[in-house]
Ligand binder design. Structure first.
Ligand code: ADP
Length: 591
């Protein structure tokens, strides 16, 4: 369609067209009026000439003085009555002469005739009206002279009317002009509307999410409108770029939020949630006694009242611009053995974030550390007191017999050995727990390692007539630290030798593998451990029979070291009673 009704081009064309029409019509009217005036003036000039001729004739022939106006008839050769009517009227309105009426002395008084009246006070008077005397319509022109008024008139017939009518020949020309301008206007409207139309197409494309081909769609005319349009498009493109970047940043933030161990939620100043991670929901469900999944519900929970009050106070308080530091608060909540740290941090626009950190492990670790410290102190006390006792005895009894002295010294030495073992075990355990990554990993041929461990216990194995059944495939390798895996097998073997008794069989084999792990079993056929102790034997300093174990030189840390070493390589370990009755460990180590 040439012009869509709603387009700006159409409107532009319409406005221009209206303006132009008004302009043309005004010109036509003005021109017409001017021409009409010109023709009236032309007619009046002729009539004026007639009055002048008549006046000169009257004066020249002293017709007024002699009252011989009839002589004016001789003017007929110049002004025939058929062409113009000449009337002479005195100032009282009496008709002195009329060339169209034979008996003019009986004509009615003409003083009140409008053209006569006007001529008395102006240069001349004119009027178009019906004549009562001749019963015809006249166009009158009257001019007052020294003693009388001379009136000349034409019959106002078709000829005169046609003469007075303006000439309309210029109308076709105007119509022609009008059409030319119409086409020009269409072109101009098209041209001016071009940028706007493109802008409109652009807006529609954006709304429909269509792609914008930069060249064609965004080339605008080289004028203000084009400039504004391309500015708008540039601004839009910048906005889109920023938006994409923002979405990207938000995605980053969200994926970051979801890998965090903390529960995080962002809120508007009106306490409406903007963003939260799944941990947040998990933690608030843990903290609250009710089961809820709505994040905003937390402001109604007792555990969050402290934070709720703080938020209300801060949001309704003064602006943050005056503050050197943004408001924040934190406190701890304990629920069912778990410890949570709840933090609230405000941002400049009074929106805020709530961060919930599960501090249970930390709290438990610090509790364990305390326990461990007191356990260590306790474990150290006995051997130190014993060594001290023996040394005091030696110091206080210098005359003691040599074999006795030797006995005390050996006892003290054994205790110091025990102390060394204890300190070594504690150090090893600590190292595994705190910085297992410091142990370099590598490919370990397990059979070779186990052979070495067995070899290191060759003497006690022989003394106690222990049989070692080792069924580890030659090719099996694990990815771990050699010395840690060595201490795993050393501790297990040492325990069997210490607690399972004489003449036992110790079985070590790999029984299964999957993509990532090898699975092992280690058991003996000794007396094992009573069921109730099984869940606790991996605890630090846990001993089944305290007195007996101490006597055998155990520190109570062996299995804790075993478990921690296996866990540090992401393996798993558990203990159970073997079919035959001995203690069995099954564990996995990474390939
Ligand atoms: P320790 O260093 O004192 O040996 P462990 O942590 O190695 O401590 O062992 C914990 C307890 O488990 C020991 O006190 C012992 O009573 C029991 N135990 C460990 N291994 C065996 C086993 N093979 N047979 C029977 N009891 C065992």
């Amino acid at each position: 369609m040439l012009f869509n009704q709603k387009t700006i081009r159409w409107k532009l064309f319409l406005y221009y067209f209206l303006l132009f029409t008004i302009f043309i019509v005004s010109i036509i009217l003005y021109q017409n009026r001017r021409e009409q005036n010109f023709r009236v003036t032309q007619l009046e000039t002729t009539l004026d000439e007639y009055t002048e001729i008549t006046n000169r004739f009257i004066e020249h022939n002293s017709l007024f003085k002699d009252k011989t106006f009839s002589k004016l008839d001789s003017l007929k050769t110049i002004i025939p009555a058929t062409k113009a009517r000449i009337t002479v009227v005195d100032f009282e309105g009496n008709v002195l002469y009329d060339n169209t009426v034979a008996d003019f002395s009986h004509m009615e008084n003409h003083k009140e005739r409008p053209e006569i009246q006007k001529s008395l006070y102006n240069e001349f008077g004119e009027n178009i009206r019906h004549s009562a005397t001749t019963n015809e319509e006249y166009i009158y022109y009257a001019k007052s002279y020294k003693n009388y008024v001379i009136r000349a008139a034409f019959v106002y017939d078709i000829k005169i009317k046609a003469f007075l009518k303006a000439d309309w020949v210029f109308i076709p020309f105007f119509i022609f002009l009008f059409l030319i301008f119409g086409f020009l206007l269409r072109y101009i409207a098209n041209h001016i509307g071009d940028s706007i139309s493109k802008l409109k197409d652009f807006a529609v494309k954006i709304r429909r999410n269509e792609t914008i081909t930069t060249d064609d769609d965004t080339q605008f005319s080289n004028d203000e409108l084009g400039f504004i349009s391309s500015e708008i498009i540039q601004l839009y493109q910048q906005l889109r770029k920023t938006k994409t970047e923002l979405v990207l940043e938000k995605e980053k933030l969200i994926s970051h939020l979801f890998v965090l161990n903390e529960g995080v939620a962002f809120f508007s100043p009106q306490k409406q949630v903007i963003l939260n991670n799944s941990h947040f929901i998990f933690y608030i469900n843990n903290i609250s006694e009710e089961s809820t999944i709505s994040v905003e519900h937390i402001f109604r929970l007792n555990e969050f009242q402290e934070i709720n009050l703080f938020i209300d106070k801060t949001v309704s308080g003064e602006d943050f611009h005056q503050l050197s530091e943004l408001p924040r608060m934190e406190y701890s909540v304990q629920r069912d053995g778990s410890y949570f740290l709840i933090q609230c941090i405000f941002f400049q626009d009074k929106s805020f974030e709530i961060v919930i950190t599960d501090n249970t492990k930390l709290a438990k670790r610090s509790m364990m550390k305390q326990q461990m410290t007191s356990n260590i102190a306790h474990e150290l006390k006995t051997p130190i007191a014993t060594v001290k006792g023996y040394l005091e005895t030696l110091l206080n009894n210098p005359e003691l017999a040599k074999p006795k002295q030797q006995y005390f010294i050996e006892k003290a030495y054994n205790q110091s050995e025990r102390l060394t073992q204890l300190v070594n075990d504690i150090a090893l355990l600590n190292k595994i727990e705190e910085s297992s990554e410091l142990y370099p990993r590598g490919k370990i041929y397990l059979k070779k390692l186990v052979d070495e461990v067995v070899e290191s216990f060759a003497d006690p194995i022989q003394q106690k007539s222990v049989v070692i059944e080792e069924n580890i495939d030659n090719h099996i390798t694990v990815n771990a630290n050699y010395s840690l895996i060595f201490s795993v097998f050393r501790n297990l073997l040492e325990n069997s030798l210490n607690y399972a008794g004489k003449g036992i069989t110790i079985h070590i084999s790999n029984y299964h593998e999957d993509e990532t792990y090898h699975y092992f079993t280690f058991y003996d056929n000794g007396p094992g451990v009573a069921e109730e102790h099984l869940p606790r034997i991996f605890e630090r300093f846990y001993r089944v029979d305290t007195g007996r174990t101490r006597k055998r030189g155990g520190t109570g840390l062996g299995l804790a070291i075993v478990k921690n070493a296996v866990l540090s390589f992401k393996g798993e370990i558990s203990a159970r009673t073997h079919k035959g009755g001995g203690l069995e460990f099954i564990f996995s180590l990474p390939k």
